[in-house]
Design a protein around this ligand. Structure first.
Ligand code: 5AD
Ligand code: SF4
Length: 442
């Protein structure tokens, strides 16, 4: 009997959520999920294709697994997720120790694919779907502390940002039935969870019409999830600035349990770059959205993604990005060097003409500026008191716990008698650029 599966996940939160769906599909068929790679009959790698280095890392990992395969002849290796979709049969041709390759919309077929693999047939299924949302599958929570969980609410993306591979790896946008989303979130709350993060590549363009043509928008969905209980925190990721409506901000402001944190990828501060990137907004339009966020929720944190060195980016464009960072004063940023992805619009029509050293220089400048801003933002928090959801023990010391405030900032504090999964009020006493330190208010 070959029924033990080890799952390894790379990439975004959506991938973590997908691994939990795959796990549920396999468990239903009698497979068991193991924690140690040495115990597995199948090692399955959920892959990311967003940048070249993500793919290189996975290729390296697949090759490393050869050593394990030579000790365990029956071990089969499978690749699923975005890189599986992008490379399809090329992966099987180039990595002869891989037995199956499965794209993001074919996970229901996983048990059948594993059976074929056992019969000695190497298999690839990378068919994309316009409807699959895995709505009826209750994920097995692999990546959870029992306090906070992901709920996937939509899949795919059709914005076609010029640099981005996601529309090709995850197919067209589709939204999951809101009844199943609310039921899943309610069940999590009933099982003791205190926080759900609604996930989608483009989460705020969520839109679902039922058989009677009743439309549920993202703000409406947020309202329904927030109403499950005031003790359930609700987060969401990732938003596209073009879909960040006032209606959504009003709903957020009306429900204290919708967390005061918006991840709003800017990508560049230059109008010329934004146009080339096909982002559908200008720097000024983005800044107006930031103003709107702060008008409705003065205490809302804002985080972002940015790309340094996109095709034809000049020093002036780069300065405009730095300027954007100075104006918004983000609480956190994910910062990347542009990585050309095959088959994207930029690959087909533009030239990746900023050399590696220059990309690195620009990225480092953004990182240094953001580090400074994050530290200054955190220094302003000293003396403020926040409601913190306790998540667990701090890795620094057994006597300390950590949790997050509504703004998603990590706060470390002395344990006293607080328990994970409860809310405590913590006053900030000091900070670094990454963490706040505080003490529990009695
Ligand atoms: N190169 C570098 N960064 C990219 N991202 C998406 N595509 C690329 C690429 N080709 C970044 C964007 C996006 C985040 C998930 O990854 O900033 O928001
Ligand atoms: Fe990577 Fe994008 Fe796929 Fe997530 S959706 S795994 S970020 S390529």
């Amino acid at each position: 009997m070959y029924d033990k599966v080890y799952i390894e996940s790379y990439g975004c939160q959506m991938n973590l959520a997908d691994s939990e769906v795959v796990c549920a599909i396999l468990q239903r068929e009698g497979y068991s999920i193991v924690d140690a790679v040495e115990d597995a009959d199948y090692v399955m790698i959920n892959t990311c294709a967003i940048r070249e280095n993500a793919e290189q890392r996975i290729r390296k990992r697949v090759r490393e697994l050869r050593a394990l395969q030579s000790r365990h002849q029956q071990l089969r290796i499978g690749i699923f997720g975005c890189m599986a979709e992008r490379l399809q049969s090329q992966l099987m041709a180039e990595e002869d120790n891989v037995s199956f390759v499965v794209g993001p919309d074919a996970y229901r077929r996983m048990p059948e694919i594993l059976r074929q693999v056992r019969e000695g047939v190497r298999t690839a299924d990378t068919e994309l779907s316009t409807t699959e949302t895995y709505a009826d599958i209750e994920p097995v929570r692999l990546h959870s502390n029992g306090i906070s969980a992901f709920v996937s609410i939509m899949r795919g993306c059709q914005n076609y940002c010029a640099y981005c591979v996601v529309p090709y790896t995850r197919g067209r946008e589709r939204s999951r039935d809101p009844e199943t989303i609310v039921a899943e979130a309610r069940q999590l709350f009933d099982n003791g969870y205190k926080e759900v993060t609604l996930l989608g590549q483009n989460v705020n363009s969520y839109r679902h019409s039922d058989a009677e043509e009743h439309m549920t928008s993202f703000p409406e969905l947020m309202r329904r999830v927030a109403e499950i209980s005031p003790l359930l925190r609700v987060r969401f990721a990732t938003s596209h600035p073009k879909d960040l409506s006032d209606e959504l901000l009003q709903v957020m402001a009306a429900y204290p349990n919708i967390c005061r944190c918006i991840h709003l990828p800017v990508q560049s501060g230059s109008d010329r770059m934004l146009k080339l990137m096909n982002r559908h907004y200008t720097a000024q339009w983005y800044l107006d959205r930031v103003d709107a966020i702060r008008r409705y929720m003065p205490d809302c944190s804002i985080t972002t993604d940015v790309i340094a060195g996109f095709c034809s980016e000049t020093e002036e464009d780069h300065q405009a990005t730095l300027d954007m960072f100075r104006r918004v004063r983000y609480d956190y940023a994910y910062m990347f060097k542009y990585s050309m992805r095959p088959d994207t619009f930029a690959h087909r029509h533009m030239v990746d003409d900023i050399d590696e050293a220059e990309k690195t220089r620009r990225l480092e400048e953004i990182i240094a500026l953001q580090g400074q801003i994050a530290l200054e933002n955190n220094q302003k928090e000293i003396g403020r008191t926040y409601e913190v959801l306790v998540e667990g023990r701090s890795h620094r010391s057994d006597k300390q716990l950590f949790g997050r405030n509504s703004q998603n900032k990590v706060i470390v504090f002395d344990r006293e008698d607080a328990q994970p999964g409860t809310y405590v009020n913590v006053t900030v006493t000091s900070c670094t650029a990454a963490t706040l330190l505080g003490k529990i208010e009695k």
